[in-house]
Design a protein. Structure first.
Length: 251
């Protein structure tokens, strides 16, 4: 409302002016605070990613040097290969029947391998010195599943391959030649008693067993040997133990 004639206008309230000043100052302060906060966010370094533990991962503990353990498998099917260095033990669980074990040794000292069954009895598979390569019978055709413990005494690297009898070297034709310990599978069972000849020109032992419905030793000699032996009716395998070359001949 305009003032009446002859009167002076009332000055603005001092309190209102003060409030206006305070509002303006608060607005400026809010702007400054927001600007500082934004600047702090821009200039603040990014937080580093979580690095986790600082200690290096060293992996699982290594087994004792020179000893390899293998457990939980039947050795004759399928084929299995194991390697070791120095003395070692193979534990074969749930073994049924007979199979083959092919052994090699690259050391210079004694190489002795034995197989012991959980129900008693122990068989000497190899007793040699220095480098060795050969195949031996392992297991038993008698009884049900059992555990076998194969102990290896060696001073060098060795391998042990277990496999079924069906993977034995085949005696096919009239003549077969080989060297050292070996197990032969006949190309067909012998139909009737047959005379065969064995020749072993080297030194050391020469032992020959024939396997059919039973096992029968036909030759047990030391050193050079040449002579006849009998392949009985039903013979399916021939087990040869030798330290040198040998030849078997049948009609």
């Amino acid at each position: 409302m305009p003032p009446l004639p002859g009167t002076r206008p009332r000055p603005a309230s001092r309190r209102s002016g003060t409030a206006a000043v305070l509002v303006a100052v608060a607005g400026v302060t809010a702007v400054l605070v927001a600007g500082v906060a934004a600047l702090a966010l821009v200039l603040a370094p990014a937080a580093p990613p979580h690095a986790g533990p600082t200690s290096p991962y060293t992996g699982p503990a290594s087994p004792s040097p020179g000893v390899r353990f293998s457990t939980g498998w039947a050795p004759f099917a399928p084929l299995r290969t194991h390697q070791g260095q120095g003395p070692g033990v193979l534990t074969l669980t749930g073994v049924s029947g007979e199979g083959l074990i092919t052994l090699t040794h690259d050391g210079a000292g004694a190489f002795v391998v034995t197989a012991a069954a959980s129900d008693g009895g122990e068989r000497l598979l190899v007793d040699s010195t220095g480098r060795y390569t050969g195949t031996r019978l392992i297991g038993s055709r008698d009884g049900g599943p059992r555990d076998l413990t194969v102990r290896v005494q060696a001073d060098g690297a060795w391998t042990a391959i277990t496999k079924p009898l069906t993977q034995a070297q085949v005696w096919q034709g009239s003549t077969v030649q080989s060297q050292g310990d070996q197990v032969l599978r006949m190309d067909r069972p012998v139909g009737r008693h047959t005379t065969a000849r064995a020749t072993h020109p080297g030194a050391g032992i020469f032992v020959l067993d024939v396997l059919g419905d039973r096992t029968e030793q036909q030759v047990n000699a030391t050193g050079a040997y040449s002579g006849e032996f009998l392949l009985r009716t039903g013979t399916t395998f021939v087990d040869v133990r030798a330290q040198g070359a040998w030849t078997l001949t049948r009609p």
